[in-house]
Write a protein that binds this ligand. Structure first.
Ligand SMILES: [Zn+2]
Length: 132
């Protein structure tokens, strides 16, 4: 347990360490992206627009999902910005990064949508690592 003073110091430093939440990616009763934690609690997920695009990707629904970020209030979790690569899927014992791939242009992106080059809708591509 951190003393209240230590918690205050961490939050004002602006570099509070991210924590991880894991569960099944689902939707809340009001249609918002949410995580069904292993204890059955529903955690609302929020993030920047690209992060929200990933959370709303139907291809990821009901997957074993992990996100890094912090709780803004009990039951509400703010995911780290998309460039932090803060979202993962666990599959076959592996922790996979969520990426999107255009197999026409060989362009990788990190949110679903049309390829910025040829406008083809990108494929979901779960990867163990990403070559930058
Ligand atoms: Zn393309």
């Amino acid at each position: 347990m951190l003393a209240p003073a230590a918690v205050h110091a961490a939050s004002t430093a602006g570099a509070a360490k991210s924590i991880s939440v894991r569960g099944i990616l689902t939707k809340s009763p009001d249609g918002k992206p949410a995580l069904m934690a292993t204890d059955g609690k529903l955690i609302y997920l929020h993030g920047d627009p690209d992060t929200m695009g990933v959370l709303n990707d139907k291809r990821l629904a009901n997957m074993d999902f992990e996100a890094l970020g912090h709780f803004t209030s009990p039951g509400h979790f703010e995911i780290d910005p998309i460039h932090e690569r803060a979202m993962f899927v666990h599959k076959d014992g592996k922790r996979l990064m969520i990426t999107y791939w255009c197999n026409t242009c060989y362009i990788r992106t990190y949110t679903p949508g049309p390829c910025w080059c040829c406008q083809k809708y990108t494929d979901l591509d779960l990867r163990e690592s990403v070559d930058e």
